[in-house]
Design a protein around this ligand. Structure first.
Ligand code: KIV
Length: 283
């Protein structure tokens, strides 16, 4: 059954946890759907995991549409959220609306996500009024990396914690149907989760959130770069893949691959005629 906004609000009300994973391509989307995950986030973290950038700032609308559409082609029931990239909504409410519309029309996604609290509430209102569900994202917002001076936990002192709490109320009031809390101290995330009526989805925000999101390459060990402290490694697919690539390299070089069964046969008569044809060229 297709997951819906109303379903997620019911899950929150019933105290059922929501699972979300990032995903950026068709094949992985098929596997994530098969696993029964509730939501997929086509995150702008694809800038790091798929495109090799240091941060998410260079990611474009075209990148998000390219990957978002591939993920949507691989899913039917899972709810797909696509990130609005840096500068696709910061510039104006109009740009935010046009770009949210493009993401829905050109990928087939179910919702968009954008970063920020009070400062983006007019964007959230305009997008939700257009009938596009919005996931907000507060706390450590990677598109503001240069303002934060690095990937740092947010909301440890009273002033910053109050600001994050205020932002959470404001994005809910503006119409967001869920909010990602990234790198927020667990007690603060728990308080926000208790107070809001919309689900909180945590990443580095503790067990008190209504759901959790992780980057799939981090939790499977496929991403070889830095792994944040909040990640649990569920598998070491990175090592499994390297081993497979190594075996392939060895087999190609030794001639152990391919075997007869990997090839296609043809009539002996036909190849004989082709040989004669070739010989006649030399004559
Ligand atoms: O882009 C992303 O993957 C995200 C998650 C870290 C929440 O925004």
């Amino acid at each position: 059954m297709k997951k819906t906004v109303a379903g997620f609000l019911k899950m929150k009300a019933r105290g059922e946890k929501i699972s979300m994973l990032t995903c950026y391509d068709y094949s992985t989307a098929v596997l994530i759907e098969e696993a029964g995950t509730d939501m997929i986030l086509v995150g702008d973290s694809l800038g790091n995991t798929m495109l090799g950038y240091e941060d998410t700032l260079a990611v474009t609308m075209e990148n998000m549409i390219h990957h978002g559409a591939a993920v949507c082609r691989g899913t039917s029931d899972v709810f797909v959220v696509v990130d609005m990239p840096f500068m696709s909504y910061q510039t104006s409410v109009y740009d935010a609306l046009v770009n949210a519309g493009r993401l829905v029309k050109e990928t087939g996604c179910n919702a968009v996500k954008l970063e920020g609290g009070a400062a983006v509430c007019d964007r959230i209102e305009a997008i939700t009024e257009a009938g596009i569900p919005v996931v907000a994202h507060i706390g450590m917002t990677p598109q503001s990396i240069n303002a934060f001076g690095g990937f740092k936990v947010q909301g440890k002192n009273e002033e910053k914690a109050r600001k994050i709490l205020d932002d959470a109320y404001k994005v809910q009031e503006a119409g967001a149907f869920a909010v990602v809390l990234e790198c927020v101290p667990s007690p603060l995330a728990q308080l926000i989760s208790e107070k809001l009526t919309i689900p909180t989805i945590g990443i580095g925000a503790g067990a008190g959130c209504d759901g959790q999101v992780l980057v799939w390459q981090d939790m499977t060990g496929v991403f070889r770069g830095f792994a944040p402290k909040f990640v649990r490694r569920y598998a070491d697919l990175g090592e499994t893949m390297v081993e497979a690539f190594r075996s392939y390299d060895r087999d190609v070089k030794s001639g152990a691959f391919p075997e007869d069964k990997h090839g296609f046969s043809m009539d002996e008569e036909v190849i004989e005629k082709v040989r004669e044809y070739d010989n006649s060229r030399e004559g």
